[in-house]
Write a new protein. Structure first.
Length: 304
């Protein structure tokens, strides 16, 4: 199987040198494609040292799903790997390990394990341990009875797709504020494909979001689930998974003796829930307020 690796970038000069050097020494070869949203720093200059496959688009044309689809259609590989600019391969077998799942012809997409950077706050570290365990697995549509909306979980910070499967689901559509990975995963499950998690394929990738950033992130997730209401209808509401997460995070803080972070834990999760519900009901909010509440205000220039 031939392989293409796609990295969407914007002002990525602080990330690219380390990332591209790590990719240069991977154990498998691949076509490298950079799709850049008109960076104003040295992103493109740095990228040109590693590949001539650089696509430049206007910043206001960036779209989480559409931009990835644009690059994927240009790619020559049978397998498409997506990596965000702030992810860093764990070792030289990171890419080799994520594509092993495609030995199973029923696998349409796979996502790898994300490890937190050392300086990540405890909430960011817990998120990684909750979503990215040390055991690989395979999920099919039948698993929605047990795992609900988590069945369709993927992460385009580090994921790979069978190009023919992307074509079969008519790619990842334009106009998604977030959730392009879950959209693709849900579509593939409904098309009869399996989704795989590869715990052996690892990258460093994490965030230390503030409470306000968490609120805005969940506001956008609420917008996505309202926009693509067929996903929670088909797989189950996100609130059920949220309760599991809150219980797990509370136990995590206790296990690390971080009792003084419990008040922040309460505020943080309350704000996430509020953000999610407001996102679901964004049509009742004033346009100027919506842009302030969202983590992606530029998206609303096209969708208000």
């Amino acid at each position: 199987m031939s392989l293409s690796l796609i990295i969407p970038t914007y002002n990525a000069q602080s990330y690219l040198p380390a990332l591209l050097e790590k990719l240069k020494h991977q154990s498998v070869g691949f076509e490298l494609i950079i799709i850049d949203s008109s960076s104003t720093d040295n992103t493109v200059t740095i990228a040109q040292e590693y590949t001539q496959n650089i696509i430049i688009i206007p910043q206001n044309e960036f779209d989480h799903g559409g931009t990835r689809t644009k690059a994927a259609k240009e790619a020559s590989g049978d397998i498409i790997v997506f990596l965000t600019q702030d992810a860093l391969p764990y070792d030289n077998k990171t890419i080799e390990n994520i594509i092993k799942s495609f030995d199973n012809p029923k696998v349409g997409a796979v996502y790898g394990r994300q490890l937190p950077y050392p300086k990540t706050n405890p909430f960011g570290k817990h998120l990684r341990s909750f979503n990215y365990g040390n055991t690989s697995y395979l999920r099919t549509l039948e698993d929605k009875k047990k795992f609900g909306i988590k069945t369709a979980f993927l992460s385009d910070s580090f994921s790979a797709y069978r190009k023919s499967a992307l074509e079969e689901i008519d790619w990842i559509k334009d106009g998604l504020i977030v959730g392009e990975d879950s959209y693709a995963g849900a579509k593939m499950l409904l098309a009869g494909y399996s989704l795989s998690y590869s715990a052996d394929a690892k990258v460093y990738h994490s965030h230390s979001y503030s409470i306000l950033q968490e609120f805005r992130r969940y506001f956008d997730i609420g917008v996505f689930h309202k926009q693509e209401a067929w996903i929670p209808k088909e797989f189950g509401k996100a609130e059920g998974e949220g309760k599991k997460y809150i219980k797990s995070e509370f136990k995590y803080l206790l296990s690390k003796y971080l009792y003084y972070r419990i008040p922040e834990f309460c505020i943080r999760n309350g704000m996430k829930y509020l953000g999610y519900k407001l996102g679901q009901n964004h049509k009742f909010l004033h346009k100027s307020l919506i842009k302030y509440l969202s983590m992606h205000p530029l998206w609303w220039d096209k969708h208000l």
